[in-house]
Design a binder for this molecule. Structure first.
Ligand code: FE
Length: 343
């Protein structure tokens, strides 16, 4: 009994408490893998916990990294939910067998049909547009019209856009395939390549910077990057963004290309019931405003107004297709980019 001194007894008591609280705590907790990294998300999760008593554990990572992690973990994955950007990526998670369908009236009511998977494997939570951003000094918005118009010779050496290896461009082209067919989409991609100001390089923000430095006059970009740059802590980014304006293409015709960040229940979720409660919460009026605002995106829930900045950009018509098409046409888009030499 020489080990049963005061210090060791205290240690044992502490260990027993710690262990039991882990076991009790783990019961019903929801594990969320997410590419989001906003302080406001933490506030939302605290509110959710307050209302439901369900604790949420968050693992943050890059979108592709998290998908790879869930593949590696297989049946023993601790992820109940995956949040990632782009319908093309959500579709990839679905086809790789990482997700399971959710039949849920609250989600069906809060999230428009075109912004969720046709078989309910994933649900959009926030919307972004892939738009044309232009130089206020060098471009008159009356020159701009449709995505198709970007192949016009007036844009020769003036278009900035990132590489085709990026999912945002793959999804944009996938949407154009869905709307206009493969032949049209191939000619379009080839025409844009002809008008590029430089070889594709950098991310969306880098295209904005290249407009400011005069390398090109218009860029294909996601809406939220302009919001981020306008509100950046880096004065250089603010300066760049102030020289730019957003144009929503194809308003009179097929609508502006939109995409989502979305959520899916993992196939091997251990806490299915509570995970679905969290999905419902994210789609609710209470959560949507804050959730979308954090990344300068539009809420999916039609009962929630976009933030002031986004409202100031005006309302716009979006493409009238189910976003599942973006994933379904991804391979075709990839092949077209290769064929036309869009690096
Ligand atoms: Fe992004």
């Amino acid at each position: 009994m020489k080990y049963l001194n005061k210090r060791n007894i205290l240690l044992i008591v502490v260990l027993v408490f710690a262990f039991s609280s882990i076991v009790i705590g783990a019961e019903g907790e929801v594990n969320l893998y997410t590419n989001r990294h906003y302080d406001t998300d933490k506030l939302l999760l605290d509110k959710f916990e307050e209302q439901t008593g369900i604790q949420v554990n968050v693992l943050k990572g890059g979108s592709d990294e998290l998908i790879e992690k869930i593949i590696r973990e297989g049946e023993s994955t601790s992820a109940d939910l995956l949040i990632t950007a782009d319908a093309g990526r959500l579709h990839r998670a679905k086809t790789k067998g990482l997700l399971q369908p959710v039949e849920n009236e609250t989600l069906f009511n809060n999230i428009p049909k075109n912004l969720r998977d046709t078989e309910n494997y994933w649900f959009g939570l926030t919307v972004r547009g892939r738009v044309i951003v232009y130089s206020k000094d060098r471009v008159d918005p009356s020159e701009l019209s449709t995505y198709g118009d970007l192949t016009d010779e007036k844009w020769e050496d003036r278009i900035l856009v990132r590489s085709s290896s990026n999912i945002y461009n793959q999804s944009l082209l996938a949407s154009l395939i869905a709307i206009h067919g493969e032949e049209w989409a191939t000619e379009w991609a080839a025409g844009v390549v002809d008008n590029m100001a430089r070889k594709p390089q950098g991310n969306d923000r880098a295209q904005a910077t290249a407009i400011a430095s005069g390398e090109g006059d218009i860029a294909i970009m996601n809406t939220y990057y302009l919001g981020k740059m306008l509100n950046s802590s880096n004065p250089e980014e603010v300066k760049v963004a102030k020289q730019l304006e957003i144009f929503f293409p194809s308003q009179e015709t097929t609508g502006t290309h939109i995409n989502v960040s979305g959520i899916g229940l993992t196939k091997y979720a251990k806490n299915k019931e509570n995970a679905i409660k969290l999905m419902e919460y994210f789609s609710s009026v209470e959560a949507q405003e804050m959730f979308a605002k954090a990344n300068y995106e539009y809420p999916v829930n039609p009962n929630v107004e976009p933030s002031e900045l986004l409202s100031s950009w005006g309302e716009f018509e979006s493409q009238d297709i189910n976003l599942s098409k973006l994933g379904e046409n991804n391979t075709k888009a990839y092949m077209i980019f290769n064929r036309v030499g869009w690096k």
